[in-house]
Ligand binder design. Sequence first.
Ligand SMILES: Nc1ncnc2c1ncn2[C@@H]1O[C@H](COP(=O)(O)OP(=O)(O)OP(=O)(O)O)[C@@H](O)[C@H]1O
Length: 117
Amino acid sequence: MRKKQSLLISVKSAFEGIYYCATHERNMKIHIGAGLTAGFFSWWFALDKYEILILLVTIVGVLVAEMINTVVETLVDMISPERHPLAKIAKDVAAGAVLITATFSLVVGYMLFFSKL
Ligand SMILES: Nc1ncnc2c1ncn2[C@@H]1O[C@H](COP(=O)(O)OP(=O)(O)OP(=O)(O)O)[C@@H](O)[C@H]1O
């Protein structure tokens, strides 16, 4: 049986995963840029703490969905480099999850910021 790695190594590996996604995935860069922009406007429009909480939960949801999408894409590319209908389903469903969270984030952004313009 493989020896369990230390907590420190596990955390380091998790940060490597985040770093990989942020530096290699174009869509992740877009989501991070959008999140930072939303963060700036939350300061600009002086959102209250509950509005900021909703914004943070929304941003985290999009980032996590994108990371899970990257996991699925990577695994599918490893397991099924040839085209396969099941590989297509896996990738399309993962991409659909990102689309749902990203669309929801636009709705949240509209509701939080539009009334303050
Ligand atoms: N092995 C495969 N078998 C069948 N269809 C595939 C396969 N790989 C990719 N596809 C199809 O092509 C689409 C794009 O896949 P791809 O791996 O290029 O993702 P991507 O466009 O790079 O995604 P992202 O932009 O999020 O990185 C998938 O959503 C799927 O419909």
